[in-house]
Design a protein. Sequence first.
Length: 330
Amino acid sequence: MTITRRNFLLTSAAVTTGIVGCAALGEEHSSNTTDQPVVTTAQQTATATMPERELGNTGLVVPILGLGGAGRTPLSKDNREQEALALIQRALELGIRYFDTAASYGPSENYLGKVLPSYRESILITSKTAARDRDGAWRELERSLKRLNTDYLDLWQLHHVSFERELDEIFGKNGAAKALAEAKEQKLIRFDGITGHHEPDIIAEGLRRYPFDTTLVSINAADKHHPRPFIPTVLPVAAEQGVGVIAMKVPAYGRLFKPGVLDGMHQALGYTLSQPGVHCAVIAAENVPQLESNVQVARAFKPLPETTLAEIEQRTAASWEDNTFFRAWT
């Protein structure tokens, strides 16, 4: 079933968009290379003041802020195409190169697929599958590639892995891990990862059981107060294995900015990016002005001293349950 899958997808993408040069893109991005993507003059100007970090052992160097494709954003909402496309275009102008989406994020992949192909060689497109079996994962990958109008993903991830039984299925005889390996072998994906916001022990165990390239986990200023925190559980395992760490749920859908908690994104993002082993963060934006504000904060980022981190943690101590509400999601 997989022998001719890549050729089929390349042909479909070319017919659909008429713009993807599959041979050139496939060859240039097929290996784990440390070469940096070519960027336009506008992108060079935009990224010049945004800090960048190496994403684990992938060889990729990414700006510390990426654009999230779900949550409180038009990217994941039906009938919001005009707003979504304007947001994506502005993100590119501001120097965003990392775009996060998933097969289950509503129209997000379709919206991104209308803008990103023209910038394909200078950006990173990441998506996810919630399937735990090999064939189901393959079906979602094929659909994601078509929606995104690309012949490969820079990163394909197992979405919201929450329970040990899921790990057993993923790594079983016909589990989704087989699809990861096959897709990488066929150069349909460059790197693979595991994501989760429910149980850190499960993510850490997944990293021990399979050589993932990255992990996307919830890391925010309230994490320390949760009885099962992600930071001390996942980050040491990721660091030991050279796994790239992408942070999500940084502002807890804005709840960290309620009166009496944090003052703004400079504290929320500053705290997350100051955690040793965190390489970048993906944050959704409700509109262009909010995106511009987030980018401004990212450009000004400097690692926070321990005293400031402790002060931020103290400010979240009374509201940690409200700011880790997503831990109940599976």
